[in-house]
Design a protein around this ligand. Structure first.
Ligand SMILES: C[S@@+](CC[C@H](N)C(=O)[O-])C[C@H]1O[C@@H](n2cnc3c(N)ncnc32)[C@H](O)[C@@H]1O
Length: 197
């Protein structure tokens, strides 16, 4: 199946302001997570970052080794309007599947669910490749049922365990206790670790 959800698809969504996923601020699970991060030099990627509220918060907290990535130039425009002091070259416009650097930490929020479900194996493999040994993929995955309708596309803990345990040690994959209220009860908090070898 070809990818129906191209950069143009997302750009049209931004232009028409059909951005129901955009909650206007960093979500609670990430606000809490960032408080626990001690090393400000940790190299972080946020793929499909959209308006980039989590990137903005990290930047304001003093994390400078951050790469934001989105397929749509509209996302970058929205972000830079709010955070003009952010180094422009650290917000990449491009396709996640073509990134070739490695990172210590990758953050997932409403990016996985935005992809064609047929790309899930590729997503898991790519995340593995993009992390340094011992690196972590941390974030949120929706647990409403996967149907033909989307994005957002749902899934189940069992599906995610099967998908990710091929590549990662599953440190955490549990119902998220501090989801924002519209998503409460429909998210898993995940911390997946790339093995050292
Ligand atoms: C549902 S939005 C979520 C945005 C953001 N994560 C948030 O929580 O507000 C999905 C985002 O992923 C981006 N996207 C979709 N496919 C992509 C790809 N292959 N590479 C990079 N970004 C992609 C879209 O442009 C869009 O901004």
């Amino acid at each position: 199946m070809t990818n129906r959800f191209t950069a143009n698809y997302w750009t049209e969504k931004y232009k028409k302001k059909e951005i129901g996923w955009d909650v206007g601020e960093a979500t609670t699970p990430f606000v809490e997570l960032f408080k626990s991060l001690q090393d400000k030099d940790v190299k972080i990627l946020i793929p499909g970052c959209g308006s980039g509220y989590e990137g903005e918060l990290l930047f304001n907290l003093g994390f400078k080794n951050i790469t934001l990535l989105d397929a749509s130039v509209e996302a970058k425009t929205l972000f830079l309007q709010r955070v003009p002091s952010f180094p422009k070259e650290q917000f990449i416009i491009g396709d996640f599947f073509t990134v070739s650097e490695q990172f210590d930490l990758i953050l997932e929020q409403t990016f996985f669910c935005a992809l064609e479900p047929s790309l899930r194996e590729d997503y898991a493999t790519k995340m593995h490749d993009l992390l340094v040994p011992g690196g972590e993929l941390i974030g949120l995955l929706f647990t409403f049922p996967l149907t033909e309708k989307g994005p957002p596309f749902g899934g189940s803990k069992q599906e995610y365990l099967t998908l990710f345990s091929k590549h990662f040690t599953i440190d955490t994959m549990e119902p998220c206790y501090n989801s924002i209220s519209p998503r409460m009860g429909n998210e898993l908090f995940i911390c997946l670790k790339k093995p050292m070898n």
